[in-house]
Design a protein around this ligand. Structure first.
Ligand code: FES
Length: 73
């Protein structure tokens, strides 16, 4: 049986999409239950459902197209 290679996609101005069998853990090492094979992880810091993206990145205007050396505000 062929195992699917997990993939992480950095969405422009949005979350990290994790596709495949990738365990997700809290900082203390406890597993976070996934209900889907593809999940969206927040990388803007504004989600109230962390570690999942809840769409808040759109409300706060999160941008990922900063030039190198720029510091996100
Ligand atoms: S990336 Fe979507 S809420 Fe943070």
């Amino acid at each position: 049986m062929h195992e699917e290679t997990p993939v992480i996609v950095a969405c422009p101005n949005g979350p990290l999409l994790v596709r495949g069998d990738v365990p997700i853990e809290n900082p203390d090492g406890t597993p976070v239950q996934k209900n889907r094979r593809t999940v969206a992880l927040c990388r803007c810091g504004a989600s109230v459902l962390k570690p999942w993206c809840d769409g808040s990145h759109k409300i706060i205007g999160f941008r990922t197209d900063l030039d190198h050396g720029d510091v996100p505000q």
